[in-house]
Write a protein that binds this ligand. Structure first.
Ligand code: SF4
Length: 473
């Protein structure tokens, strides 16, 4: 089994969905690259996009159509100024022309050239997408991709072709192996993972990548708490983090991130206050995510508020939080995420919300124990506890938008992670009856048994019992 870098699990992303926005965006880039690699890109005259399964059913609410267009146009979601996207999209719609790969003008009718196959799913995976390019000689080239969660994209039967294939010096494909290595080598989880990460990049690059993620997290939260208003999509969901921030800090406005951080730190850390702040951090990130903003995917976008909320809790409300702890937090959380990706799923279309918020809660719980000084066994115990109490969690977004229940659910995932960490750090893991490996196996079996209505199709649960005018969404 190939190893997965923690920076494939925790990375810069764009909202609102890793599987339905970033994955299709990546797939469009891959298709353009495929045409280039095969020497036919210059002959491209037209392109059609076919969305299947969950990508069709909830694609409009998740911005899948927008994402494929941006990807075909050669835009990079890691760098694009997200405020410019609406204008870029409007121009393509009005002109009916797209600059394929950023350089080749071809006709493209947004209304006709993106086809939603609402009743059809490709057999390999529920998140299927097919690109068909027509060349100047009339030949058609089709290629199918599958968005398998967390922005990962594969073709049938492949692992992600863009991920550098590496087997780390200390391969950790189960929780048990992590503990075994840590015991034998007398290392913490993050020390072990640092040795593995050096298979991809230097130690200094690993540290910088982790600190960059921490910086992006703080900035995403700060953007969120500074942006009141209504979220896009038609549900008229009010952004609440800005209001909550004001209730907690008073009317003072902040234009500088560090001033705001100092102010939050000065607040009396009562249980009630800390609880509200953790919720506020998660709401802030997920509101940014729902508004097509830049966030940190961890391990998905729908669940992108959990890890930042727990990390900010540690940063602002625990003692002696240092940059070194930030790095250890990211390494531990990312590695725990890889266990779920390798042995179960991080795709809601495969496993419901347990695969998104459940996994992010488990990642964050373990990472918190790591920086609070817990043993490797306690780190894994915390991750196990957090996931155990997310098993079977359904995905039923109202109107197909990553808003209800998603935004609040991140606050719940963060609070559960902190509780799981506190339980684990006060426990003797040798008394535990449930291992992390057992809970991951249970999660996967639950995913297989789960009715498709609850796997990001908006065909069950809240999505059908809460009356909304979906046409307006
Ligand atoms: S319900 Fe959970 S899994 Fe589904 S879109 Fe929302 S956050 Fe993602």
């Amino acid at each position: 089994m190939d190893s997965i870098s923690v920076f494939e699990i925790i990375k810069v992303g764009i909202g609102p969905s890793s599987s339905h926005t970033m994955g299709p965006w990546n797939a469009a880039e891959y298709f353009i690259d495929y045409l280039k690699e095969n020497g036919v890109f210059g002959q491209l005259k037209a392109v059609q996009v076919h969305l299947f399964g969950s990508l069709a059913k909830t694609g409009m609410g998740h911005g899948t159509d927008l994402a494929v267009v941006m990807g075909l146009a050669g835009e990079n979601f890691r760098k694009i100024d997200t405020r410019l996207i609406p204008d870029k999209l409007a121009k393509i719609k009005n002109d009916k022309v797209i600059s394929a790969g950023g350089s080749l003008a071809i006709g493209f009718d947004f209304e006709k050239d993106i086809v939603f196959h609402f009743k059809e799913s490709l057999p390999f995976h529920p998140n299927g997408i097919r690109f068909t390019g027509t060349l100047s000689n009339g030949e058609e080239i089709s290629r199918e991709y599958f968005s398998v969660g967390g922005g990962f994209v594969i073709t049938e039967g492949e692992t992600d072709s863009r991920i550098k294939k590496i087997v780390c010096p200390y391969p950790c494909h189960s929780a048990l192996t992590i503990v075994d290595y840590c015991r034998k080598m007398n290392l913490s989880v993050s020390e072990l993972i640092m040795l593995n990460e050096k298979a991809w990049r230097t130690e200094e690059e690993v540290k910088q990548a982790a600190l960059n993620i921490f910086r992006e997290i703080k900035e995403a939260i700060f953007r969120g708490i500074n942006t009141p208003g209504i979220l896009p999509g038609g549900l008229n969901v009010k952004r609440r983090s800005a209001e909550l921030n004001k209730k907690l800090l008073g009317e003072q406005t902040f234009t500088d991130l560090n001033d705001w951080i100092a102010k939050v730190r000065s607040v009396a850390p009562s249980f009630s206050n800390v609880n509200k702040w953790v919720s506020c951090f998660a709401l802030a990130v997920n509101e940014e995510n729902a508004a097509f903003g830049r966030i940190i995917t961890a391990p998905t976008n729908g669940a992108s508020g959990v890890l930042p909320a727990v990390m900010m809790y540690a940063y602002l409300f625990t003692e002696d939080f240092t940059e070194e702890k930030a790095i250890r937090f990211i390494l531990t959380a990312g590695e725990l995420g890889t266990l779920f990706k390798k042995n179960a799923t991080i795709s809601a279309a495969m496993g419901g919300c347990q695969a998104e918020v459940g996994v992010s809660s488990a990642m964050s719980a373990g990472a918190l124990v790591e920086i609070l000084g817990g043993t490797p066994e306690q780190v894994l115990m915390a991750a196990e506890i957090a996931m155990e109490h997310h098993l079977g969690l359904t995905c039923d977004p109202i109107g197909g938008l990553v808003q209800i229940p998603c935004i609040e659910r991140n606050s719940m995932g963060a609070i559960k992670a902190i509780t799981a960490a506190n339980i684990a750090i006060e426990s003797d893991p040798s008394d535990a009856k449930v291992s992390l490996d057992a809970v991951i196996k249970s999660m996967w079996e639950t995913a297989l048994d789960m009715n498709n209505k609850y796997k990001e199709t908006s065909e069950g649960g809240l999505a059908v019992n809460v009356p909304v005018n979906v046409a307006e969404c």
